[in-house]
Design a protein around this ligand. Structure first.
Ligand code: PGA
Length: 268
């Protein structure tokens, strides 16, 4: 069933490995984690892999200052944003505010946002637009539930999420974004998708991009796998031709572990 769009072969895209800290680490802890991470990562690592960290909002300014002052080539990421630039939205943070903090990547539509905070495809699409409008890169999260996988509708679900999010996005912009395929049953459960399933689903994401935006953007878009990524499974996942990186939750909280994940090429 797999169709690989022309021009979308392996080895053309620089991998992106992102640490999604969720609601963990105060700004003081976040500083320590990034410092330790920077001691462990070497120029060759940054040459081979783009790395981003996504602290809670309260840590962004501190980490921005640290990355800047010590010239650490880790990209700053956020976990969410609002689609309006400003307004009466108590408790929300806008993409415009994140851009001012030199945030490079914003996670959009994480399954925890979709499930626990009732974000629908329409909200996700608006957030995606806001992130791009402010010249940041969205990490668009898609993924199926266990019931959907067991019912055989995983691919349909993921394809429809990608299509809904990309509606109205120009072909150029589509090529620049990152999509994270994260099966919900694999998030925080210790149960990872097999490398083969991850490949099939990441290839399916790329096929949707080819269909809506053409082969150029499909070959350029980076597709991450997320869901219980750790030091033991990263190399096999990264060996798949359509897996261009990983969105790492629990295993990114510890700088030693996260550094080893980024250095997956050495562990195999
Ligand atoms: P996990 O989380 O690595 O802890 O499974 C991944 C994610 O939710 O992005």
């Amino acid at each position: 069933m797999r169709s690989e769009p022309s021009g979308a072969g392996p080895g053309r895209r620089k991998p992106l490995i992102s640490g999604n800290w969720k609601m963990h680490h105060t700004h003081l802890e976040a500083i320590q984690v990034v410092q330790k991470l920077s001691y462990r990562l070497r120029p060759a690592d940054y040459g081979a892999v783009d790395v981003s960290v996504h602290p809670p909002f309260t840590g962004l300014r501190s980490i921005q200052t640290l990355l800047d002052a010590d010239r650490i080539p880790i990209s700053l990421g956020a976990q969410n944003c609002h689609w309006e630039d400003q307004g009466a939205f108590t408790g929300e943070i806008s993409a415009a505010m994140l851009a001012k903090l030199t945030v490079a990547y914003v996670i959009v539509g994480h399954s925890e946002r979709r499930q626990l905070f009732a974000e629908d495809d329409a909200a996700v699409a608006r957030k995606l637009g806001a992130v791009m409008r402010h010249s940041m890169t969205p990490i668009l999260c898609v993924g199926e539930t266990l019931e959907e996988r067991e019912a055989g509708s995983a691919q349909t679900k993921v394809e429809s999420q990608v299509e809904a999010a990309l509606d109205g996005v120009s072909a150029d912009q589509v090529g620049a974004l990152v999509v994270a395929y994260e099966p919900i049953w694999a998030i925080g459960t210790g149960r990872t998708a097999t490398a083969e399933d991850a490949q099939t689903m990441c290839a399916a994401v790329r096929s949707v991009v080819a269909r809506v935006a053409g082969d150029g953007p499909a070959g350029a878009v980076r597709v991450q796998y997320g869901g219980s990524v750790n030091v033991t499974n990263i190399a096999e996942l990264m060996a798949q031709p359509d897996v261009d990186g990983a969105l790492v939750g629990g295993a990114s909280l510890d700088p030693d572990t996260f550094a080893r994940i980024v250095q997956y090429r050495e562990d195999g």
